[in-house]
Design a protein around this ligand. Structure first.
Ligand SMILES: [Zn+2]
Length: 258
């Protein structure tokens, strides 16, 4: 955690997106424009699992990282965040509707802008330039590749905390599925899962590992298939999770009760 806090406090360093050595600015996850920011208690996933309350610290306005330069921050905020906000508010409106609606519903999105937005915030919420996933997302974000081999799946989430889990291996001891490597960003009401492998949970994908296209697409989300509170940061039943706290960011932010 000390490592994480030291990283967050660096004012001048190389930008996690473009690599320029500059004054760094704060990036909120989820973006400020999408979700109202409230006081949260932030802790590492390890402290969360071991219920170590001494390692938690308070942030008055949500989970944020001082890791990207002003240029990348305003590009993300102006060009790509509106697409994620639109995507999220569409789902919130549908889930909260009092009308009797079918349990699956279609969510439209702009493929290019949504992938850019997710890649940007994923990169901003890390202190590690080196993971293979980071390298692929950075190249794609900067326009050096259009073919992004990473799969990005989405699911509704009922968890109240914001969680960022990176570069972990999830497995099932009873052999229901092969161990697979994944990362995830989650906040109410959504979870995005990043992986090079096909996800064994059969979640709907907003990007299936091919070309990031500049065109409108849609997915079919199922209201009854939301991931439960604690997923993916806590293993369930026979599952195990392998992680290294130094490799990436494993962090949770729970709404702070005054
Ligand atoms: Zn930058």
């Amino acid at each position: 955690m000390k490592y994480l806090i030291q990283g967050i406090d660096k004012k001048v360093d190389s930008c996690q997106i473009c690599g320029a050595y500059e004054k760094l600015t704060w990036d909120h996850v989820p973006p400020k424009s999408c979700v109202e920011q409230s006081p949260v208690m932030i802790k590492s996933l390890y402290a969360d699992i071991t219920n170590d309350k001494t390692k938690a610290f308070l942030s008055q306005n949500g989970l944020k990282f001082r890791t990207i330069c002003g240029r990348c921050n305003s590009e993300l905020g102006n060009k790509y965040d509106p697409e994620l906000c639109k995507f999220t508010s569409y789902i919130v409106r549908y889930s909260r509707s009092r009308l009797r609606l079918p349990k699956t519903f279609e969510v439209p999105y702009d493929h290019f802008k949504l992938v850019k937005c997710l890649a940007g915030h994923y990169l901003a919420s890390t202190l590690d330039h080196g993971s293979t996933l980071d390298i692929q997302l950075r190249k794609s974000y900067l326009g050096q590749i259009t073919d992004l081999p990473v799969r990005i799946a989405v699911s509704l989430s009922s968890g109240l905390s914001t969680s960022i889990v990176k570069d972990v291996c999830r497995g099932d001891a009873s052999g229901r599925y092969e161990p697979f490597f994944m990362s995830a960003i989650k906040w109410l009401p959504l979870m995005f899962l990043f992986s090079f492998d096909e996800n064994p949970y059969g979640m709907v994908e907003v990007h299936s590992g091919g070309v990031v296209e500049k065109k409108a697409k849609s997915i079919l989300l199922d209201k009854s298939r939301a991931v439960i509170d604690g997923w993916p940061e806590h293993p369930l039943n026979n599952e195990f999770i392998l992680m290294n706290d130094q490799l990436g960011t494993q962090i949770t932010a729970e709404r702070h009760q005054r």
